[in-house]
Design a protein around this ligand. Sequence first.
Ligand SMILES: [Zn+2]
Length: 154
Amino acid sequence: MFTKGTFILSNKWDKRFLEMAKLVASWSKDPSTQVGAVAVRNRTVIAQGYNGFPRGCDDHELYYLNKAIKYKRIVHAEMNAIYNAAENGVSLKGSTIYVIGLPICHDCAKGLIQAGISRVVTPEQEIPENWQESISSSISMFKEAGVVWDWIKY
Ligand SMILES: [Zn+2]
């Protein structure tokens, strides 16, 4: 059966940063899915990202509607947070990342582990059927790598 990560009672700061991630998600031009990610250290935002095409690439709405084009171009919110941090010379080591819109896919989990993220916070949510296998992998990898994944009531 599908087992999620740790459930904790939400605290004020976790809720605040999920709210912020939700705002960032709203900047996505993807009409079907908006995901936002905010990386935080010492209650300070150090990077953010939302799902979208690479910086400078044509992000015409038609490209989002064509799945063949979209899936080749789209950068997930979590990876964009990592790339934005790298572009700005900011280390994410030891930080917490708040993600709203979808749980963490296996590709982003690998990226977050490699970037040194130590905690992931997402809202308690239903996992869409087509994401379950990917997210099960994320949960396993986070456990093995010692990354805490908290699912909070939001
Ligand atoms: Zn992802």
